[in-house]
Design a protein around this ligand. Structure first.
Ligand code: OOB
Length: 557
């Protein structure tokens, strides 16, 4: 038996929810039916492109409904959870939309996740199914899914994209077109999920020891998509290239894959942002909009400067976010790539800020924009929780119709990240300018932002403490010219013992931790600096590693 998700979800207070409806923020339409609006309007138009696969809107809608029916036939029910760990491809999109239609809740895992993350998330969500590729490079995702199914009692359906072993179900069979389109549609319409129910679980970037799940309802996510689509001027002529992992909120729904599909545009999916392939695809598909983290934007700029290619002529807008975009790089986007830059400072927990396409250059290049919705509430506060005037950096607090009030089944984390009256504290240090635009100045959360992938320091430290010879451990960010930050680990060890970076990397690999979280540099010290209250002084450690890197040349490592 699995529990109902309502038991672990913190809902918006009723009076607020009523207000969101009255004001038209929540339209009470489930995410699955929004696709059908576009499909009815533009059945012949191409919706999804993935290599040689091209799905028309009618073809996509047909597959989505057929797949929803087949998932239910497999024994899954509305409110059941399914782990989705798929690379960018048409299968991800069809499966996600099929889940929305059936009310089955996808848990948006990352392709980089391994046993450690997946087993935790599967248990926390009590997932009954998992969808994985057979293998990527030399990693056997199917074998890991089988291992999880053996260990987690709720997990009994394994969907495999590619070659499925006996006993598992081939994902492509589930996602195949159906024959009785109208009947399938009517059946699903009749059993459509409530728009207040969870549509999907996103993963929190996280600062605590273990990842957290963020419940996004149909209503709140639809509004997130609508508002971000508006500020990014998405229309049916938009051609979107998605190269960041689609399970991230940014490429999925800000406006991302879902925003473009709901508007009747075309989504082109690539599993990697590698510039040669990405540029060729932009030219071939006449892409108008894409999304990058700063490290990718920088690579695209360098590639364009090296090749002087004319391949980007169609690209109108490049969204950049996930970590702080340095102003110098921001200033190169338009002159080099020819596209208008849109900075996006968002979070899977809700609030999305962005620069507007017609903002002055100065705003676009030096700020991270402002909330996308008139209903987003933002406060900048000091350590005592007192509001600060514009121009003074402080902690950002936010509330609104698409910022949930708590994590899923995480009462303890909720007391830290949410105030009693529902403000979410993202842990970012932000300055608000008098014109309302925000500048992200830093953060007061214990997290490493490795090129947009978030790593909780506490999570890594607690794993490192499994090594007996380690007496103290502190994970901190070190500056990196490409990724912005990488993970550096400081430790103290028992007298006479030796702990090397290789030993630590080996342990984390064996534990099945995602590769992006594995420390890339180790500093062994006699003693860790502490603050007045006796906590490890990470500020000093960050300064120390920055000094060491500057002294040795940034590439020493
Ligand atoms: C996006 O979402 P998450 O959940 O992976 O990470 C959120 C955190 C923020 O709290 C902030 O610390 C950081 O990522 N962040 C930025 C940023 N955008 C995100 N820090 C500085 N500048 C930016 N532009 O990363 C995300 C979700 C939706 C849209 C865009 C990004």
């Amino acid at each position: 038996m699995t529990s109902h998700t309502s038991a672990g979800t913190v809902a918006w207070p009723d009076d607020l929810a009523a207000g969101f409806r009255r004001k038209g923020y929540w339209e009470d339409r489930p995410l699955g039916s929004l696709l059908l609006d576009a499909a009815d309007r533009l059945p012949e138009k191409t919706a999804v492109v993935d290599g040689d696969v091209r799905l028309s809107y009618a073809g996509l809608a047909n597959r989505v409904d057929a797949a929803a029916g087949r998932l239910l036939q497999l024994g899954l029910k509305a409110d059941d959870r399914i782990m989705v760990q798929l690379p960018n491809g048409w299968q991800f999109t069809v499966l996600t939309l099929a889940c929305f239609r059936a009310g089955i809740i996808p848990v948006m895992a990352l392709p980089a996740h391994r046993r450690y993350e997946l087993s935790f998330l599967t248990e926390l969500s009590e997932a009954r199914a998992i969808a994985v590729p057979d293998a990527i490079k030399d990693f056997d995702h199917q074998a890991l899914a089988e291992e999880l199914a053996a260990a987690v009692p709720t997990l009994d359906v394994i969907l495999v994209s590619g070659a499925a072993n006996t006993g598992n179900t081939r994902l492509e069979d589930i996602l195949a077109p159906g024959t009785e389109v109208a009947a399938a549609r009517a059946r699903l319409d009749a059993a459509a999920p409530s728009a207040d129910s969870p549509a999907l679980f996103l993963l929190s970037g996280g600062t605590t020891g273990l990842p957290k799940l963020i419940t996004r309802t149909h209503n709140d996510y639809a509004y997130n998509i609508r508002e971000t689509s508006r500020v990014t001027a998405v229309t049916e002529d938009t051609v979107y290239l998605g190269t960041l992992p689609a399970s991230h909120n940014f490429p999925l729904a800000c406006p991302g894959i879902l925003g473009i599909l709901y508007a009747g545009g075309r989504v082109v999916m690539l599993p990697s942002p590698e510039p040669r392939k990405a540029f060729a695809t932009i030219e071939a598909e006449q892409v108008t909009l894409s999304t990058a983290v700063p490290a990718v934007a920088q690579r695209w700029i360098e590639h364009q400067q090296e090749t002087g290619s004319g391949q980007l002529a169609s690209l109108q807008v490049l969204q950049v976010g996930g970590s702080r975009l340095p102003d110098e790089i921001a200033r190169k986007v338009k002159p080099v790539l020819g596209a208008t830059l849109q900075q996006v400072f968002g979070m899977a927990e809700g609030l999305i800020n962005s620069t507007r396409l017609d903002d002055p250059e100065e705003v676009i290049c030096t700020t991270q924009g402002r909330p996308v919705s008139e209903a987003d509430e933002v406060r900048i506060v000091d350590e005592a929780g007192m509001d600060l005037p514009d121009g003074v950096p402080g902690s950002i607090l936010t509330r609104g119709p698409y910022t949930p009030r708590g994590y899923y089944r995480a009462p303890e984390a909720n007391t830290r990240a949410f105030t009693p009256d529902g403000w979410y504290a993202s842990g970012d240090i932000v300055e608000r300018r008098p014109d309302g635009n925000l500048i992200v100045q830093g953060r007061d959360k214990d997290m490493i932002n490795r090129g947009g992938e978030k790593i909780s320091a506490e999570e890594i430290e607690s794993l490192v403490y499994r090594i007996e010879d380690v007496t103290m451990a502190a994970a901190v960010s070190m500056p990196d010219p490409t990724l912005g930050e990488r993970l550096c680990l400081y430790i103290t060890v028992k007298p006479g013992s030796e702990v090397t970076l290789q030993i630590i990397q080996q342990l984390l690999r064996e534990t099945g931790v995602a590769a992006f979280k594995i420390p890339e540099r180790l500093v062994v010290v006699d003693e860790l600096p502490v603050t007045k209250v006796g906590k490890i002084n990470k500020k000093d450690l960050r300064a120390d590693i920055a000094r060491r890197l500057a002294g040795a040349g940034v590439n020493a490592g």
